[in-house]
Design a protein around this ligand. Sequence first.
Ligand code: NDP
Length: 474
Amino acid sequence: MPAHREKNSEERNHKNIQNDTQASQVQWGRAWEVDWFSLASILFLLMFAPLIVYYFIMSCDQYQCSLTDPLIDLLMGNKHLSDIWNKTPTLTYTAAGIYIIWVAFQVILYMFVPDFCHKFLPGYVGGVQEGAVTPAGVVNKYEINGLQAWIITHVLWFANAYYFHWFSPTIIFDNWIPLLWCANILGYVVSTFAMIKGYFFPTNAKDCKFTGNFFYDYMMGIEFNPRIGKWFDFKLFFNGRPGIVAWTLINLSYAAKQQELYGQVTNSMILVNVLQGIYVLDFFWNEAWYLKTIDICHDHFGWYLGWGDCVWLPYLYTLQGLYLVYHPVQLSTASAIGVLMLGLIGYYVFRTTNHQKDLFRRTNGNCRIWGKKPEYIECSYMSVDGTKYYSKLMTSGFWGWARHFNYTGDLMGSLAYCLACGFEHILPYFYIIYMTILLTHRCIRDEHRCFSKYGKDWKLYTAAVPYRLIPGVF
Ligand code: NDP
């Protein structure tokens, strides 16, 4: 457990020693007051994020993935918006059928197939697991069975592609824009439902936050952990499936399309499939650990997560594969090895950093990091009911190099996917640009939250580890 409730006299002494930090620790969680910048960003995203996704996918469909040609066409008067819109495939019954079956299948795997992977895979943590303490002091239980859902889905996918032939493995690519409309419908329905639920029948009223600003509440969410019944957890389901299970299937569909169009799959497509496949598998292998990440521990469930998981993630995180269908880049052996090494080193840094924190928190510091007992800063915080908790911030291992070295590894891996696509177009580089903005913003957001949570103790930590992402630079 990451935190320990105050129970014994030793802890009470500790409380006295740290009393002076309490004043700054009463507010923990998402901001109650919405500043103008947050509101402007939220309105911008609500209005433009769906258009951005459409623009990227449309530019591949109609302009061979050029991001500038549609704009030039419009500015020069060669085309009107209506010409582009009229050429865009509409929602079809086929796509609606595929999407409903897909989501229903993932719901069945999530709700009705208890995890069996943890029974035979050594080291894998699955089955019923506990999340972190919420601001209201609740500890939720989760059925961790994402790895199993991923395996079953992919076994069926390969069985179909090589044996049953019920549908073409290019099915996702072939219906990509009609499926976009389905994903949008689900994203908006889920986010709107979550908002209504937060007002009228929240799972835990004490863990709801109302800022009074409709747009902020819709975007960032009201309920912390909305659930239907005891087990259907919105955050865990929508974060992982259908988006992340689909990620690798989407890439496989792109590879199948390359095979169909050009009679071969390029080494760049294989690299993108392998490197992103490792990332996705890592996510499911560590799904229990994921319960302790910001998305589950700190974010409320609104449009940001609901729509983002249904639309933004599957459509924009897979742009490299989509690009390679239109531009089948074959890298030289040296470039391919370079991209592979960058991707693997990035993954190693990402995983090791996350593992170090997880080990440290699970053992309450009684572990070894790089062969030594870890160093840390003791800290304390309070939940809304006034209970005081104690925690530790590690200053050893990669956590002594920078405060978010896990993000640095993530960014190295992200850059590798983009480099696999060569340098002809900017579109595949969207991912590294977006991840840099996302993770830098996340860093700042997380540090703001940690400061409100730990107060002076957090300041001690930032003095001990002064850099965020790159030691000596930022
Ligand atoms: P972290 O795993 O870095 O978690 C941050 C939290 O860890 C802090 O809020 C704090 O929580 C605790 N913490 C901070 N410093 C320390 C320390 N020195 N010692 C111990 N605990 C500490 O962040 P995320 O949850 O954002 O990210 C998890 C992973 O997911 C990252 O590797 C990230 O790259 C990846 N990610 C990927 C995304 C994608 O779209 N591909 C999006 C977002 C994340 P506490 O309150 O418990 O103290």
